[in-house]
Write a protein that binds this ligand. Structure first.
Ligand code: 2RA
Length: 330
């Protein structure tokens, strides 16, 4: 199968290439696509070098599927053009996520919404993906009513410029600023721009995307998203109120037996999820499971996942794998 990766030279695009190779996705030919300034650069894929091509050349190459991670404006302009050429687009930007005609998919939660007619499929926001993977098995059993989430997000979520800022600050070098303030030794309670309601775009993504993916507009979500000087993944403190009471051991068992979840939860051994352990893994790690003793039917948990992998590249590749498995691709 001919596969295009649009934004192939960025942090997520590079991770998409790595995950496609690691998971042996059936790529016969790779079409790395990027902006004009990157055309002609070379990328490595499974030991072979490929030259980066332009957006239009990406269409002309007629790939079966195009994994996009090239920003919202590029997706808004080019995803329809790729789709019109019969290419299935799996887009990691926020451009199409809340479009009612486009599926927003985490395979472990709602892959069944996909049809062969879907030619633009939205990959959710990384902080949303890891949360709904953990919430879904509990929602099916107990019914999620309300979620209060605080995130502690890796600088890799911003991109290479932010990673460079962190290490320049850490090593005492001057350099470009990805953020308004220093990120080393700091915590920034702002991810993306502020909206009129006082929340940031990142916080409202978690609110709105969760309802769409879990197909339940009654789920109340309130979020505070924070950037911290960490590399390996996003961490989330989640307080979830269910519609009925639960048994903590049953919760643990449900999570342990659900796809893509690994429970790391043994306070006696100081075992709990951390970005240090989640880095370069595809699973969602859950721990610090405990009853909220201040409110009935309510659970606290801590969720960590590699935001470049399950939070972006791996989720997109898993959507493509699902389509291949259902003969909806290629
Ligand atoms: C971030 N979730 O972490 C956003 C986009 N990747 O910056």
């Amino acid at each position: 199968m001919k596969v295009a990766v649009v934004g192939a030279t960025g942090l997520v695009g590079t991770k998409m290439l790595q995950v496609l190779a690691e998971r042996n996705f059936p790529v016969d030919e790779l079409v790395p696509v990027a902006s004009e300034r990157s055309v002609g650069k070379e990328v490595d894929f499974k030991g072979k070098k490929y030259k980066v091509v332009s957006m239009q050349d990406g269409i002309d190459a007629k790939p079966a599927v195009a994994l996009f991670s090239a920003g919202g404006s590029t997706s808004l302009e080019w995803a329809p053009k790729y789709a019109a050429a019969g290419i299935t687009v799996i887009d990691n930007s926020s451009a199409w996520r809340m479009d009612p005609t486009k599926p927003l998919v985490v395979p472990e939660v709602n892959a069944d919404v996909l049809t062969v007619n879907d030619k633009i499929i939205a990959n959710p926001n990384c902080s949303t993906i890891q949360m709904v993977v953990a919430l879904q098995p509990l929602h099916k059993k107990y019914g999620v009513k309300r979620v209060v989430v605080s995130t502690y997000q890796s600088v890799t979520g911003t991109g290479k410029k932010a990673v460079d800022q962190l290490f320049n600050e850490r090593e005492g070098r001057q350099g470009e600023m990805a953020y308004k303030y220093a990120i080393d030794l700091n915590a920034l309670p702002q991810i993306d721009v502020f909206l009129d309601n006082g929340y940031t775009k990142e916080e409202m993504k978690m609110v709105n995307e969760t309802k769409k993916i879990m197909q339940d507009d009654s789920i109340k979500v309130t979020a505070t998203t924070v950037r911290i000087p960490v590399m390996g993944g996003h961490s989330e403190s989640v307080n979830v109120e269910f519609g009925k009471d639960y048994d903590l051991n049953e919760v643990r068992e449900l999570l342990c037996t659900s796809p893509s979840i690994i429970v790391q939860d043994d306070p006696s051994q100081q075992v709990y999820p951390m970005p240090l352990w989640a880095h370069e893994k595809d699973e969602v790690f859950v721990g610090r499971l405990r009853r909220d003793e201040t409110q009935p039917n309510t659970l606290n948990m801590w969720i960590v996942s590699d935001n470049l992998r399950k939070g972006a590249a791996t989720n997109a590749v898993q959507i493509a794998e699902y389509l291949v498995g259902k003969n909806m691709l290629g």
